[in-house]
Write a protein that binds this ligand. Structure first.
Ligand code: F6P
Length: 357
């Protein structure tokens, strides 16, 4: 008999359900008796003992369903050691609930912050297996996270839709893409959507280079320009500031986000009409794409296998086209950034895409 806890933590994404289904199906088909405890709304459910007992049936028909049947929430790692408003020790509470239910393992589906907490619980002696979820693809230790490809599809579709109207009106269009502090999503959606300029956090931009590219296009007969801007994009000047100065700058920041700043600068420098589109949380919504359904199912199956073999303390990841197990202490606390010297960036530049550098 195996008693397994499951939770989904942090910002949701597509294929969370597909991944959980993969874990549960693998355990169910192994012939081993299993009890599944689904903690609701991420670590909150584990802290406050808020869970539901689930059976294989609960995971039937959810392969294609977006969101998470368990709900999710953010429980910031930086305050995890601080007592809650009622003085409850959150880490101790999670351990107590784990032991009370006599769990053999806790499966955590999460991104960066969630992995820090998962690793802390491992250090505290709990058996943990994790799965890499996030549309940002910024998790260390895996070349790909599930949710990413689905989000690339949605962001690409947004750019595709903008393309036709941009061409009709001869305007400059900015599409702001999610991705937190990294540019994976923007780079991939930008290339897939044929963006002329792509601005990512890892390559601070010079607005003059952006304007040069718009003018170069105009001089060769292209009346419109599409710019994919990562929500975390940063100018060369801002990048030179210390973290403290950057924070201070944001306090008096007059724009809703960086895209509006870029738009304003382009307008002031060229007099051109600029429009900003922010697909926002649509990028995390809807059904997982076929790639993510397969990918998350595979990761889930491998997580189930680890549990059956009693191998704990790992994230199931994907490296060099192989599913691998990565020790949690290698994953926790590191971000996977785009490498500005990566082949894909060089190839994008060969295609004439400007990165504002
Ligand atoms: O990490 C996923 C993500 O969608 C990021 O791309 C984005 O910056 C953030 O979450 C948005 O968070 P929230 O849903 O809390 O607004």
């Amino acid at each position: 008999m195996k008693r397994i806890g499951l939770l989904t933590s942090g910002g949701d994404c597509q294929a969370l359900n597909a991944a959980m289904r993969g874990v549960v199906k693998t355990l169910a088909f192994s012939g081993e008796a299993v009890e599944i405890y689904g903690f609701l709304e991420g670590y909150k459910g584990l802290i406050y003992g808020n869970f539901q007992m689930l059976t294989g049936k609960d995971f039937s028909g959810i392969l294609t369903k977006g969101g998470t049947i368990l709900g999710s929430s953010r429980t910031p790692f930086k305050t995890i050691r601080e007592p809650d408003p009622n003085g409850l020790d959150k880490v101790e509470a999670m351990k107590q609930n784990y032991y009370k239910l006599k769990l053999d393992c806790l499966v955590v589906l999460g991104g960066n912050g969630s992995h820090k907490t998962a690793n802390l619980l491992r250090e505290e002696g709990l058996n943990i297996v994790t799965l890499p979820k996030t549309i940002d693809n910024d998790l260390w230790g895996t070349d790909m996270t599930f949710g990413f490809q689905s989000a690339v599809d949605i962001a690409t579709n947004a750019i595709d839709c903008i393309h036709t109207t941009a061409a009709s009106h001869g305007r400059v269009f900015i599409v702001e893409v999610m991705g937190h502090k990294v540019g994976w999503l923007t780079l991939n959606a930008g290339m897939a959507g044929g963006a002329d300029i792509i601005l990512v956090p890892e390559i601070p931009y010079d607005i003059n280079k952006v304007v040069d590219k718009i003018e170069e296009r105009e001089s060769t007969g292209s009346k419109f320009t599409i710019i994919a801007v990562a929500e975390g994009a940063i100018s060369k000047e801002t990048a030179k500031l210390s973290k403290k100065e950057q924070k201070k700058r944001l306090e008096d920041y007059p724009y809703p986000s960086v895209s509006y700043e870029v738009a304003d600068q382009i307008y002031k420098m060229t007099g051109k009409e600029v429009r900003v589109t922010v697909p926002g949380h649509t990028q995390r919504g809807g059904s997982p794409c076929p790639y993510d359904r397969v990918f998350a199912s595979r990761l889930g199956a491998e997580a189930g296998k680890l549990i059956l073999e009693g191998e704990y303390g790992f994230m199931v990841g994907y490296r060099n086209r192989e599913i691998v197990k990565v020790p949690l202490d290698e994953v926790a606390g590191k971000l996977k950034y785009l490498d500005p010297d990566a082949r894909i960036i060089k190839e994008a530049k060969l295609l004439g895409i400007c990165f504002g550098d």
